[in-house]
Design a protein around this ligand. Sequence first.
Ligand SMILES: Nc1ncnc2c1ncn2[C@@H]1O[C@H](COP(=O)(O)OP(=O)(O)OP(=O)(O)O)[C@@H](O)[C@H]1O
Ligand SMILES: [Mg+2]
Length: 300
Amino acid sequence: MNAIEIRNLSKSFRGMYAVDHLNMTVPVGAIYGFIGENGSGKSTTEKLICGHLVPDEGEIKLFGRDYTDAGVRVRVGALIENAGCFPGSSVYQNLRMQTINLGLENPDEEIRRVLEIVRMEDSANIKFKSCSLGMKQRIGIAMALLGDPALLILDEPINGLDTDGMRIMREILVDITQKYGCTVLISSHILGELEKIATHYGIIRQGKMIMEISAEEMDSRAQVFVSVKTKDMKGAGDALLAKYGNVKTEDGYLRVYDVNDTEELVAYLYEKGHVVSELKKNKIGLEEYYIELMSKKEAE
Ligand SMILES: Nc1ncnc2c1ncn2[C@@H]1O[C@H](COP(=O)(O)OP(=O)(O)OP(=O)(O)O)[C@@H](O)[C@H]1O
Ligand SMILES: [Mg+2]
């Protein structure tokens, strides 16, 4: 079953499409990385799924049911823009208010549960305004997790976080999916981070979904390349170009694509009088894949 299934979804503002006949499929249990440049329609799509905006046309199904169905709405938690917390109230008080809004039974137990998930068991009495950005983002996730949702929608939750903050967030998101069986839709610009956890990707451009792909498929499609260093980079570059065709200079290395046999490459360079001083085998990452895809679209 799919957690989210969107067909032909559109939303326009002042006659301009923010979301333009968009299709999207998010399988249950996925961490779905939602990628697109500024203004491409990520937040609008997420607000439509959450029911914060009304679509012009199209269909949104959550767990096989229409998204307006009350039974399905309670299974969705979201953090879009900010946590909507009262700055002068403590973390606990903010969560307590939300449990009242949601009419949850056993609020204290539920608050303990979500604080544990976001690794903030010891911070319940801190005022929201005294929390760091990383903590605020985690409180936002804790708020969204109240009531044990089956689907969590997070709009740029790792923006502005430091390395440690991002690592904790990564661990939390993996926990949420693996331990609690929750599906996560996460939009982000930080592709290197997203790549470490996402199981699926959706790439949106000008309101249209231009590609949906699983991480597995992306990995198998990712071009393999070999990076080499030699004393005479220019001469070695020319020699490689003559044999392999697809050669670039990148980060001080000569990058050769689609090489099956690295030993053959080293032997070939040696034959041409170039001794390889360094060699790395690598795969194109999400960031490069994305940039390449966008430049192809630009050229169309
Ligand atoms: N309430 C609104 N009124 C008018 N235009 C809007 C509104 N919300 C979004 N838009 C427009 O819709 C388009 C898509 O915006 P959206 O916020 O969904 O993009 P985004 O992909 O989330 O961008 P970002 O990466 O900057 O967050 C933009 O052109 C934006 O200006
Ligand atoms: Mg946005």
